[in-house]
Ligand binder design. Structure first.
Ligand code: SAH
Length: 455
């Protein structure tokens, strides 16, 4: 059967892709169908056909998968944030562990390693300590905040995302009320006019401290006293900022930060270590799971107190400080200067004296340091952004001959690619453990132990 746009067909979902779209086949031709899960039998409408595959839209669920549940969030289907809310949590965990194992096999070409059981959450909601709400207007011109729909920048109104903290709604009500009262317009991407682009909110789960940052297409807002007064009624409010982003870009934060009120950072703790976090610094979004992930990373690092350790892509030093208590010396590298400032402050705050931090690109700083010092490492920890490690980083790392490499990854495909490259450089994957840092979304975090083949 030749499929074409607008055809209606019935199909069973037999697989899911890495974006969380269900896959069904008609006469061998795969169809990608958002909002479906393995086991569903669904009626779909073809939206677009390519040569060997197509995209279809879910019209009706004829027989639901045994793992299908009613999504607790009313806009789960429209919103691009949660791809898996309609899948029971056990099945989500299975999906994620499989996804990592498949990547390691297909791209990393490894099967001979131990996959430990995935670390899931007891309550997979209200876990995010950070939210970035785009602000805009709906069809009737009303000011709204919410999240982008999948693959577009249409804003789905939702001030109370079930993954975020309950204070988000009160804060958004205050910000939108302030904008209304003072004629502050939301930013419009198409015309590049208007002011407020996003409302960024971060809360320290253990301390209750909150910061709010209005990401603006400019440096000034009118009558900020009224905004500050209202926001200070939120318990835990510690800092209010404007982040200036005048670029035509999808990046949410710009480079300039203007403090309107309060202190430059919030403090939070993971385990027994306290961290100061500035608005621009990366900080893991799920504090409960972060503690578990770092405990696993520490276990894999196998420290005895004698080791020289490198923490590459160290952010505010979260992992570095965790490791420092058990190592002789920890070196950290991070590209964002504010994060390194935080890292240094955080070492002081926790009376940790055996760390040293470098600002810059890991792919430049590490090779240069190694060329100058010829220093070896006992353990290297890497926690790169989604694109994974640069070739220069992998090569220099191997030259430093650590016995163990602990690789923390938010993208199983680039992790698998780097595992394959490290195999060429003399390293073998020993263990992997997936931690569900992002329940209800397709994303997952993995930590692996890689060791030197000849040691
Ligand atoms: N290990 C930290 C941060 C991990 S996120 C934690 O667990 O909190 C990845 C970090 O890599 C971010 O802080 C990002 O700013 C940083 N980064 C991105 N590209 C980089 C590069 N080329 N060199 C060094 N750091 C980089």
């Amino acid at each position: 059967m030749e499929l074409k746009k607008n055809d209606i067909c019935t199909v069973e979902i037999i697989d899911m892709n890495h974006d969380g779209e269900g896959i069904g086949k008609i006469d061998g031709c795969p169809l990608f169908i958002k909002d479906t899960i393995i086991g569903d039998i669904v009626r779909v409408k073809i939206m677009k056909m390519k040569k060997n595959y197509g995209y279809a839209r879910l019209e009706e669920i004829i027989t639901p998968s045994e793992h299908r549940v009613t999504a607790p969030c009313g806009v789960a289907r429209q919103c691009g944030g949660c791809q898996l809310q309609m899948m029971d949590y056990e099945e989500q965990l299975r999906f994620k562990q499989n996804k990592v194992a498949n990547n390691l096999q297909r791209i990393g070409k490894v099967t001979d390693y131990e996959m430990e059981p995935i670390i899931g959450m007891d309550t997979p909601f209200r876990y995010r300590n950070k939210a970035q709400f785009p602000v805009g207007r709906n069809k009737n011109g009303k000011l709204i905040a919410g999240f982008y729909a999948g693959h577009t920048h249409a804003i789905i109104e939702n001030e109370d995302c079930l993954l975020g903290v309950e204070e988000n709604k009160d804060i958004l009500d205050i910000v939108l009320g302030y904008m209304e009262a003072n004629n502050v317009s939301p930013y419009d991407e198409t015309t590049h006019k208007g002011v407020v682009r996003h409302v960024f909110i971060r809360k320290g789960f253990f301390t209750g401290e909150i910061m709010v940052c209005l990401v603006c297409n400019g440096k000034k807002l009118p009558n900020t006293d009224s905004l500050i007064d209202a926001l200070c009624n939120i318990p835990g409010m510690k800092g209010i900022f404007i982040n200036v982003n005048k670029e035509k870009t999808n990046a949410i934060l710009g480079d300039e930060l203007i403090k309107l009120w309060g202190q430059d950072y919030i403090t939070d703790t993971i385990g027994d270590i306290a961290y100061q976090i500035s608005p621009m610094a990366f900080y893991q979004v799920n504090p409960v799971q972060t503690a578990r992930l770092y405990a696993k990373a520490l276990e894999y690092a196998g420290l005895t107190g004698k080791e020289t350790v490198w923490d590459i892509y160290c952010g505010i030093g979260t992992i570095s400080l965790f490791l420092a208590k058990k190592a002789k010396k920890v070196y950290g590298i991070e590209i964002i200067p504010e994060a390194i400032e935080n890292a240094k402050e955080n070492a002081k705050l926790n009376n940790i004296e055996n760390t040293e931090f470098f600002v810059g690109k890991a792919e430049e700083v590490l090779p240069k340091w190694y060329a100058d010092n010829k220093g070896k490492a006992d353990v290297v920890v890497v926690d790169p952004p989604r694109k994974g490690c640069d070739e220069e980083v992998l090569r220099t790392m191997a030259e430093m001959e650590p016995k163990r490499i602990v690789y923390v990854s938010c993208d199983p495909a680039t992790l698998a690619r780097d595992v394959a490259r490290l195999a060429e450089l003399g390293y073998k994957l020993e263990k992997a453990c997936v931690a569900d840092m992002f329940p209800n979304s397709v994303h997952c975090e993995t930590v692996v132990l890689i060791s030197r083949k000849d040691k």
